[in-house]
Write a protein that binds this ligand. Structure first.
Ligand code: ASP
Length: 361
């Protein structure tokens, strides 16, 4: 059955507002279970926990609590035993580094528990890819960690939260998902954290992996892994257990007629790193290039990425990275290059070392 066919089937479930019952599959945190995998659901908000409102904006993200969210999808009980926890209830446009650090610590703690088979994180779609990338770089345990969101809030025509949740729990409970890094499940597609990105702000088919394609797909509560990429043995993993904050890193967006002003403001603002979302293969307007060269000379780490949705930003193509001490982002889009640069800066400020970190991911 297609994603939309399954969506229709799921729509026969009650909406999250209506159903709130204790599930046989639900267990309390810390409770021991045997036989079936236990999936722990961490809720952070987003449209998947959103509700339509009658006045003002069409809906509000991060309204329903995790109990209401899971209670609305009785089919989850058939897939795995699950426990749940509310970590936040925000629109993911408000996601920040403090919450990232908190989530990473909690996920590491949960996965260290032998009774937890995997973790599902419900999240808004706006910054879902960045949280996925952050966790991919800060969680060492090979057990599955799966992020999931929805494009339509509960109760809306074509609400996709229930089917996406079912898919996410299916993936988290599947032994084949172990050792694949942090995964993202949306609209029947399974994606790796490194490449997945939001590609539509309105369509139900909102996510894609422009360089690598999806890792697999979900059909009728089964996951089919399409290809085995395997994680790079050089993948950097950062220990954030003792960090309270991350170094400030900004993104400057490239466009015709770009000026040096945003770069100068970042240097003055004490940013430790700047990611350029350049044009084409990460190219820069000459004024921006001069400002970034100046930033690099002052010890600010500069990473070149591209605003183009697919392809690679490689070293020394049209920009002389060696001369300016720049780092090339490779396959990472600007927002993920920013995540990796923040983490890399907790280890080193040297461009050649930072380049090695990027090359390893
Ligand atoms: N603004 C929402 C969020 O990211 C959008 C969504 O979830 O689709 O939380």
């Amino acid at each position: 059955m297609t994603f939309f066919g399954r969506l229709k089937k799921m729509m026969s479930f009650s909406s999250a507002q209506d159903v709130k019952e204790e599930g046989a599959g639900k267990i309390e945190p810390g409770e021991k279970v045997h036989g079936r995998p236990r999936v722990h659901v961490l809720a952070t908000g987003g449209t998947i926990a959103g509700r339509q409102v009658s006045t003002g904006p069409r809906y509000r993200a991060g309204v329903l609590d995790v109990e209401a969210l899971l209670g609305a999808v009785p089919a989850l009980r058939g897939l795995a035993d699950y426990s749940s926890e509310q970590m936040a209830n925000i629109g993911s446009q408000d996601m920040d580094e403090l919450l990232w650090l908190k989530i990473a610590r909690r996920v590491n703690e949960l996965l260290a528990d032998p009774d937890v088979g995997g973790v599902v994180i419900t999240h808004g779609t706006d910054t879902l890819e960045e949280t996925a990338c952050f966790l991919d770089l800060t969680v060492r345990d090979p057990k599955p960690v799966v992020l999931v969101g929805a494009v339509r809030p509960a109760g809306a025509l074509g609400a996709d939260g229930a089917v996406n949740l079912i898919d996410a729990v299916t993936v988290a409970a599947n032994p084949g998902s172990v050792g694949r890094g942090v995964l993202v499940v949306m609209h029947g597609g399974l994606f790796e954290a490194r490449d997945v990105t939001k590609v539509s702000s309105s369509s139900l088919l909102a996510f894609a992996a422009p360089n690598s394609g999806p890792l697999g797909q979900l059909v009728d509560e089964r996951v089919y892994f399409g290809h085995r990429t395997g994680l790079s043995p050089k993948r950097p993993v950062f220990d954030v257990s003792r960090l309270d904050t991350l170094p400030p890193v900004g993104i400057v967006y490239g466009h015709a007629g770009a000026t040096a002003l945003p770069v100068k403001a970042m240097i003055e603002g004490g940013y430790r790193g700047i990611v350029s979302a350049g044009v084409g293969s990460g190219n820069l307007h000459r004024d921006v290039l001069a400002a970034l060269a100046d930033a690099s000379g002052r010890g600010v780490a500069v990473v070149r990425a591209s605003r183009v949705p697919s392809g690679l930003t490689l070293r020394n193509v049209e920009v002389d990275d060696n001369r300016y001490g720049f780092v090339a982002a490779g396959a990472l889009n600007p927002q993920k290059a920013r995540v990796l640069l923040q983490l890399a800066l907790t280890r080193t400020r040297k461009p050649e070392e930072i380049q090695k970190v990027f090359d390893g991911y």
